[in-house]
Design a binder for this molecule. Structure first.
Ligand code: GLU
Ligand code: MG
Length: 438
């Protein structure tokens, strides 16, 4: 060649659609770009998951800057293929202020408000399930070691690539559904935890493609089979880093603040769905008895509760306070992890502000309770469609106020546009489309 090939770096945002989009530049300009970023446009936020802008509050107007975060880098350094290097960042106004519709800045604000008002730091870990079409689909393979065969290189490179990018893998397993897998990682501070979720999804997709298959995190890939959930585990520490989620004398072991936080979460769970389970397909997953979530309940070790108190080994050598955590199950990977976690934080913070008592901790399927018993416990169903979730958000003045008027308007417009594009399509066609894009 009469020239040398040059690699690029892509500066990215994980956007309202939960998609990672950005602009690249020659890798040799990296230091300059770390300082000045790349230009960005408000209406880019209205590109929905199908790559279409159905409506926009801004039109062609406005300029923003996408600036890289010092912890935003992902490098996939292959021996036998060009490096993939992207950097996550924040969208700012030209004078360097966080832009009102930047999802990452929204989470930053939520975590700062939590800290300022309560002294709490949030630790979180996003647990992901996904479908990999290069794996075998054999009858009876659920959880079976056989389903790992033939995809070992993909799995091994995935684990190595996560670690090389500062994400500590915890488990990798064949899941219940056909060609379904799960990967869990160690908890991290709130913003880093959401960054890890974004990075993990892209790393998994990149390696899946490298090994000849398509990874999909879409909430439902195989209709009638197990869905792909995102389960958000969280706990709190105080200023000194001490765990403060657990109190042996609290209901279910919840500390006073964790109890109120849980109550706030469940009170706003219907509105949260608009951001945490934000696709038309998400509601095919949130069906009763599908081990996802259906009722707005807090369950002790109940894998169908919206909020679950996770088990801790009952062994004297175990520091229960350190291990104790909650799991929010009404979430999936069609969402921006920043919007998901930010809304979770604000809903929980609202519960702490109001000093809400702990929700009643059920040990039974809420379906077996009478209508009156459910009402007495404040248990209702989650929305049954994205449109219902958007209406729940519009009807929840507090939830709207956490987003702020500009982000709320843009987000709802974005999602209604997405719904509109699917009108007239069959559920199978919709399933196929989401499988491709997530
Ligand atoms: N696949 C289920 C979901 O959609 C979760 C199964 C499990 O508990 O791991 O959330
Ligand atoms: Mg699972």
């Amino acid at each position: 060649m009469a020239f040398e090939a040059e690699s690029i770096v892509t500066l990215c945002t994980s956007d309202l659609a939960g998609q990672v989009r950005g602009k690249g530049f020659p890798a040799r300009d990296l230091e300059k770009r770390r300082k000045f970023g790349v230009g960005w446009t408000p209406t880019n936020s209205m590109i929905n998951c199908f790559g279409s802008i159905q409506a926009t509050p801004w039109g062609a107007l406005g300029d923003l800057i996408l600036t890289p975060d010092p912890d935003g880098d992902v490098r996939l350094d292959y021996d036998d293929a060009p490096v993939e290097h992207f950097i996550l960042g924040d969208i700012k106004t030209l004078d360097g202020q966080p832009w009102s519709c930047c999802p990452r800045s929204f989470l930053r604000r939520a975590l700062a408000d939590l800290k300022a008002e309560t002294g709490l730091n949030l630790l979180a870990a996003f647990e992901h399930e996904f479908h990999y079409d290069a794996a075998d689909d054999r009858v009876g393979d659920s959880y079976s070691i056989g389903s790992l065969r033939g995809v070992e290189e993909f799995i091994n490179e995935l684990i190595g690539a996560l670690r090389a990018n500062g994400i500590q893998p915890d488990t990798f397993l064949p899941e219940y559904g056909p060609r379904q897998f799960e990967v869990t990682i160690d908890p991290a501070d709130g913003l880093a935890a959401a960054d890890h979720a974004v990075k993990l999804r892209e790393i998994t997709r990149a390696l899946g493609r490298r090994h000849g298959g398509h990874v999909s995190f879409s909430p439902v890939v195989t209709r009638g089979a197990a869905g792909n959930g995102v389960h958000i585990h969280f706990s709190f520490t105080d200023d000194q880093g001490n765990p403060v989620t657990y109190d042996p004398d609290g209901p279910g072991g919840l500390s006073r603040q964790a109890a109120s936080f849980s109550a706030g979460l469940l009170r706003h769970a219907r509105a949260l769905c608009a951001l945490a389970t934000p696709s038309v397909m998400s509601y095919e997953r949130l069906k009763p008895h599908s081990w996802s979530a259906y009722w707005t309940n807090l369950g002790l070790r109940d894998r169908e509760a919206t909020l679950r108190i996770c088990p801790v080994p009952e062994d004297p050598s175990v520091d229960v306070a350190k291990r104790y955590n909650l799991e929010y199950r009404a979430a999936d990977a069609a969402a921006s992890p920043y919007l998901q976690l930010g809304m979770l934080v604000y809903a929980g913070l609202a519960g702490i502000r109001e000093e809400l008592p702990a929700p009643i901790i059920g040990q039974e399927d809420p379906e077996t309770l009478s209508v009156e018993e459910r009402a007495a416990r404040g248990i209702t169903t989650l929305p049954q469609s994205l449109e219902e979730a958007l209406q729940a958000l519009e009807g929840d003045a507090k939830a709207l106020s956490w987003l702020g008027p500009e982000l709320a308007e843009a987000y709802i417009m974005h999602k209604r546009g997405e719904i509109g594009m699917l009108k007239g399509k069959s559920t199978d066609e919709i399933c196929q489309l989401y499988t491709e894009v997530y």
